[in-house]
Design a protein around this ligand. Sequence first.
Ligand code: GLU
Length: 470
Amino acid sequence: MTSPAKTIRTRFAPSPTGYLHVGGARTALYCWAYARHFGGQFILRIEDTDLERSTPEAVQAILDGMAWLGLDPDEGPFYQMQRMDRYREVIGQMLATGSAYYCYCTPAELDAMREEQRARGLKPRYDGRWRPENIQRKQLQPPEGVKPVVRFRNPDSGLVSWEDGVKGRIAISNEELDDLIIARGDGTPTYNFCVVVDDMDMRISHVIRGDDHINNTPRQINILKALGATVPEYAHLPMIHGPDGEKLSKRHGAVSVMQYHEDGYLPEALLNYLARLGWSHGNDEIFSMQQLQEWFTLEHCSKSAAQFDFEKLKWLNNHYLRQKPGDQLAEMIAPRVREEGFSISKGPALPLVCELLKDRAHTLNDLAEEVAMFYIEPPLASAELTEKMQSGVPELVTAFLAALPQEWTAAELSAAMKAVLAQAGMKMPMLAMPLRLMLMGRTDTPSIDKVMAVLGREVVVRRIQERLGQ
Ligand code: GLU
């Protein structure tokens, strides 16, 4: 009988310190895609033990960001602050089995220890003076009034190594690692320790996270081993840099996922962009979340830092905007349209306008701004229009007015334009440009036949007549 395949369980474990960063969102996405690919579970764990920095608002910002992206966890959110008893329990077990011990060093003593080591040209590290064997050997007595910390008894020799799913084999000598504090003097567990207990209890099979955590991994593996837990697979993702090659930060523009939402990006565009940022599937640039699930494994994750390309994200967003029908876009932009000096309830139907303008928009905000051109009455006269009304043009426009089609469609309007131009022996811009200025007050509009189809016969006729002085 073959043994059942290991259940894949990944987790995204953000520390809520402000917002969901695009780097965090990418990690979450890869964890999600990895679990989905193998039919496993994706777990959300909120690492909220840093009481100074974790706020309910910051937790909500993460939940909102995940929900907006549609990265729904199969389990969780679990909150570390709600697991304190469990951490204490494990610390008690470790103290009992001797894999952890109380250390009574005061800060002043630790400073002196480091000072002395530096003076001897050594790397500063805790010297293990309160290890149980030293207590016995030196007959140490716990000093009065010092609340001890609890330290993990790290192995003294050998290597701690793992086959990183992204970076390949990594090995660290245990001599490099000193005895990590796992509980502070007030009894609260420390960061690395909570991560270990959670990864163990939550039966995480794959820890996929940013490579800023790579230094924590050997410590976490040692503690897991001391607890007799199964060590998960680790995969460390390279950082995301800005276009200038520096670590992505606010300086480069939006780093918060919800800022992209506010700026008018679609979740599918940001997901597609983040998926491709640090992972590839041949030359595919545009793919759905379904395809990502099918394709995503760690093999094709990049080993080097990714560079955030705002232009490419805009291009993708435009692609996804173009996929949306006008009525959906109209709904999405309605709260974003700032009706200053115009009203969208008077004029063409917003879905029609969205359908026409979506190709040109990079964001929903662009679209919300652009629609204004359909609801604002253009000026009666302008220098630009006067210039275009050169000899023969007013007659041409008049002829077009007389040739307006019965059936008010872009195709019929285009045919009518072509017919009057052929008659006059003139070229398309001679008619299209003045019409754009008369009807929209600008020359950068979509194709004018389509614009007229949306504006409607009445508005088209009135605006042209008024501007011809008729
Ligand atoms: N809480 C950590 C962070 O937000 C992640 C910890 C982990 O993935 O192990 O950076």
